[in-house]
Write a protein that binds this ligand. Structure first.
Ligand code: G3P
Ligand code: CA
Length: 259
């Protein structure tokens, strides 16, 4: 049973539930990083959402995975070369299915306000996509959106750019941050300490490795991406993984209420 695997059974040490985060919203069934995908995550009862942010020419933080708008909209070009108002004119849903033609690229503020007003207690993992372009000042802008929406206690800021997480920590001593990395690095705890990060976001291979277990034992919550099958659930729970980030939250959540 999926529910048993998520919540554990008699073993008290391992019985902390594994949370389910909707990756780019429910992106397996809705156009990624759109309001439709995040609304679906709210409806299905996900514990959290994950989303990606980039910055426009006029400094608006927007929710889109790629540096370019080509793959997920009907436009062409780099996010950084458009003003926010111009970006809003593109269709961000039809590439996925024509019925989503009214979806546009959301601002981070819009998504945070949506979650806040939904009354749900969902966490929001904001991934700063500043690996290709540094987006000078994006850390402060993201924090401004977070505080403006009153969501400071519900967000986790993550990035592959550890220095950027260090900047966030300098600007805000209490916001939750997470190192995002691939593979099985041996010195990740040291890296986390350097930038005073709170958690780690890794691939499945790290989560079930001895190195992964060590980081969890050292007190770092570990969230694992991007998991679209249920076969490793038991292994994740046994390792002590805190959350699974998936394109298909329904795979993990729909059996939960079955008696
Ligand atoms: O949260 C981790 C995961 O989202 C990183 O990969 O390419 O889907 O942003 P990507
Ligand atoms: Ca991401």
């Amino acid at each position: 049973r999926i529910s048993e695997l998520l919540h554990g059974k008699e073993d008290k040490v391992l019985s902390k539930p594994v949370e389910i985060y909707a990756h780019r919203g429910c992106s397996g069934e809705f156009p990624e990083n759109t309001m439709a995908a995040f609304e679906a995550a709210c409806k299905i009862g996900a514990d959290g959402i994950e989303l990606d942010v980039q910055m426009t020419k006029d400094g608006e933080v927007v929710v889109i995975h790629d540096e370019q708008i080509d793959r997920t909209t009907n436009g062409i070009g780099f996010v950084k070369d458009f003003r926010y108002k111009q970006l809003k004119l593109f269709d961000a849903g039809s590439w996925f299915h024509p019925k989503f033609s009214r979806q546009t690229i959301p601002s981070l503020q819009d998504v945070l306000d949506l979650i806040k007003t939904s009354g749900s207690e969902m966490k929001v993992n904001i991934e700063l996509k500043n690996n290709v372009f540094p987006y000078e000042g994006i850390e402060a802008k993201v924090l401004q959106c977070v505080h403006q929406s009153g969501m400071a206690d519900s967000v986790i800021l993550s990035s592959f750019q550890f220095k950027s997480l260090g900047k966030i920590r300098e600007l805000d001593s209490s916001i939750q941050t997470a190192l995002l990395f691939e593979g099985i690095p041996s010195n990740i705890i040291e890296e986390a300490r350097k930038v005073r990060a709170n958690a780690l976001h890794s691939e499945a291979s790290f989560a079930v490795s001895a190195a992964g277990k060590r980081t969890i034992d050292a007190g770092y919550p570990l969230r694992v991406f991007t998991i679209n099958q249920t076969d490793k659930l038991e292994a994740f729970r046994k390792s002590g993984v805190s959350a699974i980030i998936t394109d298909y939250p329904g795979l993990f959540l729909e059996n939960e209420s079955v008696p």
